[in-house]
Design a protein around this ligand. Sequence first.
Ligand SMILES: Cc1ncc(COP(=O)(O)O)c(C=O)c1O
Length: 379
Amino acid sequence: MELNSKINELINSGKDVINLTVGEPNYYEPSNAAHVAIEAINEHFTHYTSTPGILSLRQAIVKKLKEDNQLDFSADQIVVSNGGKQALYNTLAVLLNEGDEVLIPTPAWPSYASQVELLDGVPKEIPLSEDTGFKLTPDLLEKNCSPKTKLIILNSPSNPTGATYTSAEFKALVPIIEKHKLLVISDEIYEKLVYDMDYVSPLNVSQYIRENSILINGFSKAFGMTGWRIGYTAAPIEVSKKIAAFQSQTTANINSIAQKAAEVALANFEIQHVAELKRNRDILFKAIQEDTDMSLDDCPNGAFYLFPNIKGLIGKTYGGQEVHNSQDFCHILLKEAGIGITPGDVFDAPNNVRISYAKDLQTIKTVRDRLISFFEGEN
Ligand SMILES: Cc1ncc(COP(=O)(O)O)c(C=O)c1O
């Protein structure tokens, strides 16, 4: 937060700073979605809707899950929420009892642990290693299960690491998930942003997971619609009813206009975003590997983040300032190169930094050039 306000301060005072801390894309909603939203206002589609969302949107989500993910759901298994964030909170609120443990492979999106804590659950972080590409292994999962473990949160592609599981990697976890009768929350918000491989959901690899999972997805990342606040859960019917009841007493339906836009957006995913993000990833991955003191062995296959290790920088001096930890490095990089990135501490990974590459090509090239000159200046 401190670094972010410093970045914004610098930008507002006219400094040439490129902000790569943000977890949102540089593109916007499909243009026909915006058009339909304006029409919805003009036609006064501006009253309450049913809590879980208008039927046509839920049916469009059912169709998407069938066509994109080969998963069968019915419309009454879908609840449309204010972003993936509310979808996650709804889910945890209806599933968790006080003291229930929730497994969170880490580095992870910080909201997982914070939401579990808000609901009196116990977040149990499983530290992942760079050696396994920041992916959970069966051994590690087994070691962290206890009789109190109720749930595991899987997030592929991952924020912040970009790690994206293969079918085999998910399958290897199934016997342990089944043995401990875990419920699975599968956060699939970055599902459409996958490079050099096919996307696979954990729900695709086992009947047990399929029947014991709550799938979370949304429109923020794939469709550039972070401010519209549209997410959803696809869950077993009894869980879905509880989620709808919970949301009914907290926020009721999401914005009616956003629902109309979402329905249209879903049919108009702009595939060129994937090509552009992959291009950005390749440019910065190469630069990090070849021209910096950061290390990043595996090129992540999803989301729009790189998560290099900065241990090799500790004790070195850039622009006359010594790096003691990842926060120092982020401050020095901001000051000397005008690049804002996120210290890994935010994700319980103090040896790493997160670089968001969802920017236009010119900006990415400028970042590359600035990184190269910054690391040439080591002394
Ligand atoms: C892993 C992950 N899940 C869920 C979300 C929630 O996004 P939203 O609430 O905008 O749909 C985010 C946003 O940063 C995220 O990174």
